[in-house]
Design a protein around this ligand. Structure first.
Ligand code: AMP
Ligand code: GLY
Length: 415
């Protein structure tokens, strides 16, 4: 079978890598891909939001299965477009992807179906939102209602910060048409439960945890994610079962009942609070960088899973016992402004796995071309060993414009 992966980051590199382990795959294409993906797949110069061009390419090249990485592609309606042309594609429809693209849709769904999450109210009017926030305890959690690449959430410690964020989101139209969800502030460790979902059927993946803050000690601004690892020793199998039975399965059922059945990866961003496990957010796709530590642990043939979801068949997931821990190498300045075009050396000295997140080939050189640039994954019998190996590989990579966190996994490793 020929397979097409849509996207250009570390997540897509990990999907390409998993596909390359399947004996059912003859050839992998990736649109648009990156310098690392190009070693395992043929890159096609089509952007992830150019859905008609992607469809035409898939039809002309005889692609048997397309796998969608990014939310931007889903929100552009790539799945609906492929399905209308009779092409097999793995991912949710635009209507089902609203569980990620609209915070209000997700919160209303959870309220209607009794899925545990933070209390909330949504606002379009700045003055009303300000009055509401001013009357409540700080910190205030303000979420812009739409896709904002991980930058649409503000946890405001003071009323001044809250006010500035409300102005950005409701008055200045910084992100587009303004609507804001104001949520209760929750506390506890966060974790990600990614599930393959096909209508009512739900297959959970192994748990993972992302690190959203830019610097060690969970300091600094929120990012798209600076590292991840799996498994999670502080989440018990009872917690996991609770999350599956009280959150993920009921949501899959709810989506069917609402007339927009979910097909693809449903990502539960969950928090273990004093009052039980609650939903922080849902995503309608593989997480990035969670995918890069979860898929290497998958023992089953991923093509069987993708096809079971897309075609409505059955499948089973098997996992390796080893631990994985991955570290993002990001451009200095990220998540703010950063330079591109810095040469990366030493990639051939790495002993474990490196997924490329934002790189470009320039002749025989590989250069930086994004905020998050590389994802270095270590594996080991324990998380401590996996981290040691990942850090050793990070030290083998040579580039003058990258930084990384050294404490990924600290929740689990108690340091
Ligand atoms: P989201 O994009 O909804 O995942 O939010 C980004 C990050 O903000 C989350 O990973 C949490 O760390 C934090 N966050 C979001 N909602 C809440 C909440 N209700 N209480 C505390 N922290 C939150
Ligand atoms: N790792 C967070 C996300 O994929 O949204």
């Amino acid at each position: 079978m020929k397979v097409l992966v849509i996207g250009s980051g570390g997540r897509e590199h990990a999907i390409v890598d998993a596909l390359s382990r399947s004996p059912q795959v003859d050839k992998i294409y990736c649109a648009p891909g990156n310098a690392g993906i190009a070693r395992q797949a043929e890159c096609v110069a089509i952007k992830d939001t150019e859905v008609e061009q992607l469809r035409d390419f898939a039809a002309a090249a005889g692609i048997g299965l397309t796998v969608v990485g990014p939310e931007s592609s889903l929100a552009a309606g790539v799945v609906d477009c492929f399905k209308a042309a009779g092409l097999r594609i793995f991912g949710p429809s635009k209507a089902a992807a609203r569980i990620e693209s609209s915070k209000e849709f997700a919160k209303d769904l959870m309220a209607k179906y009794d899925i545990p999450t933070a209390g909330y109210r949504s606002f379009t009017d700045y003055a009303e939102a300000r009055t509401y926030v001013a009357a409540r305890p700080l910190p205030a959690v303000l979420k812009y209602d739409g896709l904002a690449a991980g930058k649409g959430v503000v946890i405001a410690a003071t009323m001044e910060e809250a006010d500035a964020a409300l102005r950005d989101m409701l008055l200045d139209d910084k992100f587009g048409a303004g609507k804001v969800v104001v949520e209760d502030f929750l506390e506890g460790p966060e974790f990600s439960l990614l599930c393959f979902v096909s209508g009512r059927r739900v297959w959970p993946m192994v748990l993972s945890q992302d690190h959203k803050r830019a610097y060690d000690g969970d300091e600094g601004p929120n990012t798209g994610g600076m590292g991840a690892y799996s498994p999670l020793p502080f989440i018990s199998s009872d917690d996991e079962r609770y999350a599956l039975e009280h959150i993920m399965r009921p949501v899959a059922e709810a989506m069917v009942a609402e007339g927009c059945p979910f097909e693809g990866v449903l990502y539960g961003g969950l928090m273990k609070t004093r009052d039980g496990i609650k939903v922080i957010e849902f995503n309608a796709r593989f997480g990035d960088p969670e995918t890069e530590v979860v898929l290497p642990r998958l023992r089953s043939d991923i093509v069987d899973i993708f096809c079971a979801v897309a075609d409505g068949g059955d499948t089973e997931l098997e996992w390796h016992d080893f631990a994985t821990l991955g570290i993002v190498l990001a451009s200095k300045g990220y998540p703010g402004a950063y330079e591109k075009g810095h040469e990366i050396k030493g990639l051939d000295r790495v002993e474990g796995t490196v997924y490329h997140m934002g790189t470009k080939a320039e002749g025989d050189r590989v250069v930086t071309s994004g905020g998050r640039v590389l994802f270095v994954v270590g594996r080991g019998a324990t998380l401590a060993e996996a981290r040691e190996r990942a850090l050793a590989d990070v030290a083998r990579i040579d580039c003058d414009n990258l930084f990384h966190r050294t404490d990924i996994g600290h929740w689990a490793l108690n340091d």
